[in-house]
Design a protein around this ligand. Structure first.
Ligand code: F0G
Length: 448
């Protein structure tokens, strides 16, 4: 199965302009090098089944002044399309934007100390501030715009919840139908609620994410359905801009490390490509190292890395961080390339480490969903193991908003573990509706 379905392009005057622009977009197989243009919906090589990359022209210098210029009107407010010189040039009238990107880069010294770094050495890039509350919106604006440009009528994904929420929103913006496959259990309430509310057709399957994705790839190979999982090379082009924006916010000064959670490994794939491209066009002169953090119960990529990238084995995934409960990441070969290009690292953290790091991020007033906290938990582990030195600088990626998974918050703070509250558990205090009771609470709050 090739994953290639030819979708007829719109036959209007605009459609022929779309065709001209899409014909200039180059998509290349990372395994055999076969090249195609951007006129079809394709997520694997027609020749060998390999993963695909969009090729952007890198044979020239790009300066900071080139950014944000000559944008199509539809892309004017987007923190993704601002990096136009390093993105595929899709037709302006096809661009579907929800003003994604433009997210904060926080400095927090309490969390730097938590991670084992010196003050001033840690920043957190909060992708939970995107329109639907996760980094997925950055890829989705490019994926759904490409779908619209080629005239797709229905867009689809398998998801642990965030991709589906994002897809449902962007499909609604584009006026397209959307179909999502999610595991019947273990998807966070906020994500399911968004996906349903934005109007996607939601299919809950009796199986995990890996099964859902395999099933959907069969469907999209046989039918005219546009697949927007991160196997889609256009999705990754949008996700590159997390790196672009973070480095622009740092004045193009690379940190020593970037830590990120690894699930289906789309971000890992996109980040390596982004870093290599920035280096090639001269926007950075030094490459940051990527450190990918997986949950212990869902860590096939960490095991692959530990074997010197010799032995790869999918696993049956299990972790409290449902977003990254993935046992057979679709972007593994591209993610391997990212680790090799950036001299990166891969490690694991336990569910307890993830939840404690999340509580620390939440308590700093920043907040994130469980999977995001793997970035900080992993950094703490790497400083303890001596892989990262305390005087090195790091940016930890926070991938999703705290409100995505409120049940994870209440379980942490309200439920005991082994008969004891978790560290830092913060339980509401119930009192009689009387001033005297409130005075006692105030006194305790002030004096500990
Ligand atoms: N963090 C969050 C909050 C996520 O939703 C995901 C992936 C990841 C990290 C992992 O990113 O796949 O690029 O390695 N969520 C997908 C979804 C699988 O369906 O929402 P990755």
């Amino acid at each position: 199965m090739t994953g290639a379905v030819e979708t007829p392009l719109p036959s209007t005057a605009d459609g022929s302009r779309s065709r001209d622009l899409l014909a200039q977009v180059v998509v290349r197989c990372m395994e055999c090098g076969r090249r195609d243009d951007g006129t079809a919906s394709r997520t694997s090589c027609a020749n060998c089944g390999g993963l695909l990359d969009v090729v952007v022209p890198l044979d020239r210098q790009v300066t900071p002044d080139d950014l944000g210029k000559d944008l199509p009107e539809t892309a004017r407010h987007s923190g993704v399309w601002r990096y136009w010189p390093l993105l595929p040039h899709l037709p302006g009238d096809a661009i579907v934007s929800r003003w994604e990107g433009n997210t904060a880069l926080y400095r927090d010294d309490r969390l730097a100390r938590y991670a084992g770094l010196t003050d001033g050495s840690l920043q957190l890039k909060h992708e939970g501030q995107n329109p639907t509350g996760s980094f997925k919106d950055r890829g989705m604006t490019v994926g759904v715009s490409h779908a619209k440009a080629i005239g797709a009528r229905i867009v689809a994904c398998a998801s642990t919840g965030n991709t589906s929420a994002s897809l449902a929103s962007y499909a609604a913006a584009a006026g397209m139908a959307s179909l999502v496959l999610v595991p019947a259990t273990k998807i966070a309430t906020g994500k399911l609620a968004q996906t349903v509310a934005y109007g996607a057709t939601v299919v809950q399957i009796d199986g995990d994410f890996d099964r859902a994705l395999a099933l959907l790839r069969e469907l999209t190979a046989a039918y005219d359905v546009y697949l927007v999982n991160s196997v889609n090379p256009f999705r990754l082009e949008g996700q590159k801009t997390i790196i672009f924006e973070m480095l622009e916010q740092r004045g193009w000064e690379a940190p020593d490390w970037i830590t990120l959670p690894g699930g289906n490994l789309g971000n890992t794939a996109a980040f390596g490509k982004a870093i290599a491209e920035l280096h090639q066009v001269g926007l950075i002169d030094r490459m940051p190292r990527l450190a990918v953090i997986q949950a212990e119960g869902a860590a096939p990529f960490a095991a692959y890395h530990a074997s010197g990238f010799e032995e790869y084995e999918p696993v049956e995934a299990d972790t409290v961080a449902t977003a990254i409960k993935i046992g057979d990441p679709a972007s593994t070969p591209r993610a391997r390339r990212s680790i090799e290009v950036t001299n990166g690292w891969v490690t694991t953290v336990s569910d307890a480490e993830i939840l404690d790091a999340k509580a620390a991020i939440d308590r700093a007033g920043i907040g994130c969903e469980p999977a995001s906290a793997a970035s900080l938990a992993g950094l703490r582990r790497l400083t303890r193991e001596g892989v990262v030195r305390p005087d090195e600088s790091a940016v930890a990626l926070l991938t999703g908003n705290i409100l995505k998974d409120p049940d994870a918050v209440t379980a942490y703070h309200f439920d005991d573990i082994d008969g004891e509250p978790r560290p830092g558990a913060n339980r509401p205090i119930r009192v009689a509706a009387e001033l005297s009771a409130l005075e006692r609470v105030l006194s305790d709050a002030l004096h500990g």
